[in-house]
Design a protein around this ligand. Structure first.
Ligand code: ADP
Ligand code: MG
Length: 561
């Protein structure tokens, strides 16, 4: 099964609810998120003033009538920002669900004599909304803040904000369902009070607690912030995700399959030896360069540069150029068939070749079935390749494999010096893909497998893996994750960012939901007064939003070891 993140449009029905209900919840989530919650200084002062005066009022003894009159005034103060916010929403043709809930809760609390709670509910909600609005401001400012990044990166960051990954969508759905459930039960309880007239106040109180706790905005904002944090922090290290599902899937990768050439090596080949057979060294180089004229494989680039053939130049007389992935090229030039590539290319055409005496990657050349000699070439390891692999392991990777088309001897030496867990050499691109399927068979359903390549001849391997990581200068869109930086350490950096944001997302969503449940019980069983329920609920919401906001600067955090 391929887990590639295709943009899905509907919320996965975790409770296998009907499609209609599903789209209803999605609607609730959608219209909650883009809401702008930015209050003026006056609104904030009103809320804060009402909050402080209420606390003061509790601690001074005044005649009951005066207390009540003052409370009414404070309640009105606290409700003004909520009203204004609701009107702004209505003007934008959105129904102010949360504002209505807050308004209703405050009125009911006041009616049952919970004056302090009645004022705290709107005042604290305004403060929570303000924190959310502030974090939204960060998110909006963030794409412009990427220092001298390419336009493409910015566009990708913006585009990635539009969809949601499976887990985030599930969590958003769960919190919207939680909200709807609490709201429903709350309303039922209030309704029940009509039938329990001698105990009506208690039923209203119970309903009120559920109503207050039903507001889901803290969770929804945390989800948005953590997701955006993953995209944005990674963007700052020079990495771009293809879509919204990628950060989540990448965080579940435990097996990493790397290519060799151009991936863990720098791909800048040096020709260390030229062994011509029946031609001069210059002629051998020239023939090979002509045959490679259309290839941009790192080996082709090295041969062309050694022969002085300009990049992209196609000499006249070149007719038919075929790249044989993982083997080499076959070119028809001036009435002759030229083959340039590894031993297996010549074997395919039944051409005899000389086995080099020294170890190294040999590129053989044949013209019209006549062997013309070989080059020995080598490239050097990428700077920090060893550290990057160690860091991946420290972050939780369980298997690092090297899948390469190069010869056994060279591949083993490279794999040993980088401490790979396994190495498979002599692979064609199709064989790399089957090696990945084999690696996947040892994994659990949740775990993902990543293929890391330089992008040349890597399509099959990328297709077979769950997450494709391409070391390329510009995001081309073929890979799920484009590393637009020369630094291979960017891969473990992005991996850490993705894992961390997943952790933060779960911690804040589960944390807020847990606190809400706990407060629900504490309130229902009279362990704490309603006003404290309101205080704790808002404070934990604010903490969760601020905690999620830290995701925007994850790239700055140090790495292990
Ligand atoms: P890797 O798996 O290490 O990234 P590739 O699959 O790109 O390596 O290439 C595997 C082998 O195929 C190379 O080592 C080389 O022998 C041969 N090869 C591929 N493309 C070319 C080319 N354009 N010219 C010559 N040889 C090539
Ligand atoms: Mg390659």
């Amino acid at each position: 099964m391929n887990h590639k993140g295709s943009p899905m449009k509907s919320i996965p029905s975790i409770l296998s609810i009907p499609e209609k209900l599903n789209s209803f919840f999605q609607h609730v989530i959608k219209f909650r998120l883009p809401v702008e919650r930015r209050f003026s200084v006056r609104d904030i002062l009103l809320a804060l003033g009402a909050l402080l005066l209420t606390l003061l009022l509790r601690n001074i003894s005044l005649p009951a009538a005066i207390q009540t009159v003052l409370s009414v005034f404070l309640l009105l103060f606290a409700l003004i920002p909520v009203f204004l916010q609701a009107f702004r929403l209505i003007r934008k043709r959105r129904f102010p669900v949360e504002e209505a809930t807050v308004f209703l809760s405050a009125l009911i609390a006041f009616a049952v004599g919970e004056h302090t709670a009645a004022i705290l509910i709107p005042a604290l909600s305004v403060i929570l909304w303000q924190v959310e609005g502030y974090s939204l401001l960060h998110v909006e400012a963030a794409p412009n803040a990427i220092p001298d990044a390419e336009e493409t990166i910015r566009n990708h960051v913006m585009a990635a904000d539009e969809e949601k990954s499976t887990e985030r969508r599930t969590l958003a759905f769960a919190s919207a369902a939680f909200y709807a459930l609490l709201l429903l039960v709350g309303i039922i309880m209030m309704f029940l009070s009509l039938f329990h007239l001698q105990n009506a106040a208690e039923w209203i109180r119970r309903g009120l607690i559920l109503l207050m706790l039903s507001l889901p905005s803290a969770i929804l904002f945390s989800l948005m912030l953590t997701h955006f944090g993953a995209v944005f922090s990674s963007g700052k290290t020079g990495a771009v995700f293809r879509n919204d599902q990628v950060p989540e899937d990448f965080s579940h990768c435990r097996v990493f399959a790397f290519g060799k050439t151009g991936t863990v090596t720098d791909g800048r080949f040096q020709i260390s030896e030229i062994v011509p057979v029946g031609v001069s060294e210059e002629d051998l180089l020239r023939i090979a360069a002509v045959a490679e004229c259309k290839s941009d494989h790192p080996i082709a680039l090295a041969i062309k540069s050694a022969a002085g053939l300009k990049e992209g130049a196609v000499p006249s007389g070149v007719m038919d150029v075929q790249e044989i992935p993982g083997k080499g090229v076959s070119t028809f030039f001036s009435g002759r068939q030229i083959y340039v590539g590894n031993a297996s290319l010549l074997e395919d055409h039944n051409i005899w070749y000389q086995v080099p005496s020294k170890t190294g990657t040999a590129i053989h050349v044949a013209v019209d079935s006549t062997y013309r000699g070989y080059f020995l070439i080598s490239d050097t390891l990428r700077e920090n390749a060893f550290e990057a692999l160690e860091e991946l392991r420290a972050q939780g990777a369980s298997c690092l494999a090297m899948l390469t088309g190069d010869v056994q001897s060279v591949s083993r030496a490279v794999a040993a010096s980088l401490n790979f867990d396994m190495v498979k050499a002599h692979l064609t691109p199709a064989e790399k893909a089957s090696a990945i399927s084999y690696l996947r068979s040892s994994q659990s359903d949740r775990e993902r497998i990543a293929a890391v390549g330089d992008g040349s001849h890597d399509e099959a391997m990328f297709e077979a893996a769950d997450i494709s990581v391409c070391m390329e200068q510009k995001p081309s869109g073929i890979a799920d994750l484009s590393i637009c930086s020369d630094d291979i350490l960017t891969i473990p950096r992005v991996y850490r960012i993705c894992r961390e944001t997943e952790r933060i997302m779960l911690a804040s969503a589960v944390g807020v939901a847990g606190v809400k449940l706990m407060l629900c019980f504490l309130g229902l069983f009279h362990v704490i007064p309603i006003s404290l329920v309101a205080v704790f609920d808002s404070v934990f919401g604010i903490v969760a939003v601020i905690y999620s906001l830290t995701c925007l600067t994850l790239e700055n955090r140090g790495m292990h070891g």
